[in-house]
Design a protein around this ligand. Sequence first.
Ligand SMILES: [Zn+2]
Length: 64
Amino acid sequence: MEKKDDILVCEDCGSRNVQTLAWVFVNKNNRHSDFAGLEDSGNNWCCDCEEHVSLLALSEYEKI
Ligand SMILES: [Zn+2]
């Protein structure tokens, strides 16, 4: 059972097909370090809208 709080979706269309910029350790198999900043929509991308978007938790999106 997936936890809806763990899933981020596009604020505009609700798509899960989204990306965000992240810092990675280049000498540790690109292990994820941190997100560049989820709250800045300029760091986020929706592959369906094909534009920068805000992300929010699926549980929050379903309340809209
Ligand atoms: Zn979208």
